[in-house]
Ligand binder design. Structure first.
Ligand SMILES: [Cu+2]
Length: 480
């Protein structure tokens, strides 16, 4: 304080601040342009972005953001109680211009159970606004800030326990456009990655509560773009046309994981690294830290579906981190031909690849108990990686063998599956899988043992499979 008072300019600023609070922003020591007029911010839900700012002067921007706690879909058949900034996850996208004076209203819906606040990384001030915005249910807080630094910033709730508020969906993005604006592009989208930690495993149905232990161990069940599995895929894919330049405002709410953000089949012409002003070019994947961002730009030169992933790839294919941009339009064969031919190629005698099994054939089992014991060993060497320790499988990737109606309905078909592998659609316990089980190259004895083991476990029907029966199915050549 002593130092501040020695500075005559600051002293003048303080004097005016006391006398004429409404003029404070106009004489800020940071030489900000005077604020002219006011406007109410347009706020959007992902993947939409408010329109670019065309004005050439700072203004007073009034932001009304309402926190609400809502039950919504996290994945098919899975619901979650999200704590939201604006009714969905991620929170509303806020767009202001460098130098704008922001009047921020944070309302907390009366139906909320928790108090909340907001920490905007774009704010220079204690807690990024959190210190001034603690808001109990049925209340509204107001505070003001000047957007001093251009860039793309994360905002989030910072009410204790902070991790839990963020894990429940409390984050979003605020863009502070530089004075000169961002170069015009054809399409802009809002994409925000985050993880969810649920009591049940991935895909386990019903209303899933938050799991604090998993969150502490950073063992995410779901890693998603825009708040739910498929929120930006399939029918919800972002739409664009060939020739469009696309800009993605990418954020990562965390709470824990760093994203290796990648778009399959595209190269980022530009990346505004970490959402700042430094531009990197010709980038394949860019890191987006938890509580950080990046702006990426690319031109859609060819038609097709471009898939957004976290290239920590199990998150993409097994935890939900997949988004899509569909580019409609004519082919550009010179850039990408598409498949021009499809020929049979059978170096190993079949379209299904095989996994050679190099262990010695098992000693012949003398009875069902020995068969089960030997089968357990085969299972744990060969099948467990996909079908999992309790035969529960992995949702959307590997069907269950536990209590599997498909398995229990037909022993010969199960034998054929293990002998020849399996492709195409199969329905197991009402769920359709469309994947590939490789051919496993197991001797008849091992096939008999492993299936006898599987049938003896996890409420299956207890059938015993003999090597003779396996040999008969092999000899029949029947492939299901
Ligand atoms: Cu909160």
């Amino acid at each position: 304080m002593k130092k501040t008072l020695q500075n005559p300019l600051m002293l003048a600023a303080f004097a005016v601040a006391w006398l004429l609070p409404s003029l404070l922003f106009a004489i800020d020591p940071a030489d900000l342009e005077p604020v002219q007029g006011e406007e109410v911010a347009i706020l959007t839900d992902a993947p939409h972005v408010p329109p670019p700012i065309t004005r050439k002067h700072p203004t007073k921007v009034i932001v009304h953001l309402e926190v609400s706690e809502v039950v919504k879909r996290l994945a098919d058949g899975v619901d979650y109680t999200f704590w939201t900034f604006g009714g969905s996850v991620p929170g509303k996208f806020i767009r202001v211009r460098e130098g704008d004076y922001v009047e921020f209203h944070l309302a907390n819906h009366p139906s909320s159970k928790m108090p909340h606040n907001i920490d905007l990384h774009a704010v220079t001030g204690p807690g990024g606004g959190a210190a001034s915005s603690f808001t109990t249910p049925g209340h509204e807080s107001v505070f003001y800030f000047t957007a001093l630094n251009p860039g793309l910033y994360v905002y989030h709730c910072a009410t204790a326990p902070v991790g839990m508020h963020i894990a429940n969906g409390m984050y979003g993005l605020i863009l502070v456009e530089p004075l000169a604006g961002l170069p015009p592009v054809d399409k802009e989208f809002y994409v925000m990655q985050s993880e969810f930690y649920t009591k049940g495993a991935y895909g386990e149905g019903g209303l899933q509560p938050f799991d604090m232990d998993k969150a502490l161990r950073e063992e995410a069940d779901y890693v998603v773009f825009n708040g739910a599995v498929g929120a930006m895929a399939g029918d919800n894919a972002a739409q664009a046309e060939v020739g469009d330049t696309v800009r993605l405002f990418v954020g990562n709410g965390g709470p824990n994981l760093v994203s290796s953000f990648h778009v399959i089949g595209e190269i980022f012409d530009k990346v505004y690294v970490e959402g700042g002003t430094f531009i990197n070019e010709q980038v394949q994947s860019t890191m987006v830290p938890a509580g950080g961002s990046a702006i990426v730009e690319f031109k859609l030169d060819v038609p097709g579906t471009f898939i957004l992933v976290d290239h920590s790839i199990f998150r993409a294919f097994n935890k939900g981190a997949i988004g899509m941009i569909k580019a409609a339009g004519g082919d550009e064969k010179r850039i990408y031909s598409g498949k021009t031919d499809d020929r049979i190629y059978q170096p190993e005698g079949g379209a299904i690849q095989s996994i050679p099994q190099d262990e010695a054939p098992q000693a012949l089992a003398q009875n069902k108990a020995e068969r089960i014991e030997n089968g357990r060993i085969v299972y744990n060497q060969v099948c467990v990686a996909c079908h999992q320790a309790e035969g529960q499988g992995i949702p959307m990737a590997f069907p269950p063998l536990a209590k599997s109606d498909y398995l229990n309905a037909d022993v010969d078909r199960a034998i054929s599956t293990v002998l020849h592998g399996l492709t195409g659609k199969v329905t197991v316990n009402g769920v359709v899988y469309e994947s590939i089980m490789p051919k496993l190259e197991l001797p008849d004895e091992s096939v008999a043992n492993v299936l006898t083991y599987v049938y003896s476990q996890w409420e299956n029907n207890g059938a015993e499979v003999t090597p003779e029966r396996v040999a008969a199915v092999r000899a029949s050549g029947a492939v299901h």
